[in-house]
Design a protein around this ligand. Sequence first.
Ligand SMILES: Cc1cc2nc3c(=O)[nH]c(=O)nc-3n(C[C@H](O)[C@H](O)[C@H](O)COP(=O)(O)O)c2cc1C
Length: 311
Amino acid sequence: MRDLLTRIGGYSRCVTEFLRVTDHLYPDRLFFQCCPELHTGGHTPAGTPVYLQLLGSDPHALALNAKKAVSFGATGIDLNFGCPAKTVNSHGGGSALLRTPNRVRDIVLSVRDSVDPAIPVTAKMRLGFNDASRFLETARLIEQAGATELCVHARTRQDGYRPPAHWNEVKLARQALNIPLIVNGEIWSVENFASACADSQCSDIMLGRGALSRPDLACQISAAANHEDYKPMPWSEVLVVLQQLLQTASEFPPKYAGNRTKQWLTYLRQGYPEAGKLFESVKRLRNFDDIAAMVRCPRDSTLAHKELPAL
Ligand SMILES: Cc1cc2nc3c(=O)[nH]c(=O)nc-3n(C[C@H](O)[C@H](O)[C@H](O)COP(=O)(O)O)c2cc1C
């Protein structure tokens, strides 16, 4: 997905899904599995840097794994203090750490100390666990511990993924901190981007699900930010990208090979009604060839504004 989306453009950076660290050092292959871009200098084929994200509550173990990731070429380490998953939280990781700001600080300090100062160590947090009462205190500790940047998903753990995102709360940190601050949560459109920036007073954003619902959302936003004209990607072009995703599925057993395509369609249908129809026609199919046949590209599809290099 990172490969496909960064080929389309508009992204200055990606972050991997988290690698969950308990108390030991992971074997080499897990780093490459989490971040295949380590095979290509820590960048996607389109040249976008990828930071490897770690999640855990043990400062020493996180530091050891961060050091190893950097030795394999990770361009940056991102620390996850936002995951709301029960399994993760019950082991003291992700957003559960927001209840103990000093532990968050110790983790950032330990990871920062373990890697070359030239390698960015960034953090991602929610506004809090049950409420946002310790947001500012935690954000300040993250900065004091040496984080290069902080990304804030503008909801508490209690909020889960329910709209709205409280972009205006991030403004508190923007006013108090000096490091770059990135606002995240519920940015699905250029309009949401403008509101998130205005409310939070941040100029940088992170896209999550919105990136999946509109594959060129980052291009749309970057054009709007630069006052450039831009024609959003039509469905016919999205189909081309969907086909490219299917090509990458050959590494999976045929029974599962269509799963990612189906999963992506559930996001795409928020941006494109046609994706909803396509999802309905493939959701019960188990055979990869049958799914591939349905995701056929219309004959007249052209890549009007950007050629996608072949995978
Ligand atoms: C299925 C799923 C998996 C996610 N995994 C991660 C993760 O591994 N690391 C992370 O920092 N955020 C993760 N997130 C959170 C998103 O990065 C993002 O912060 C959140 O969805 C809010 O942004 P959005 O409203 O733009 O999606 C995940 C979200 C979803 C829905």
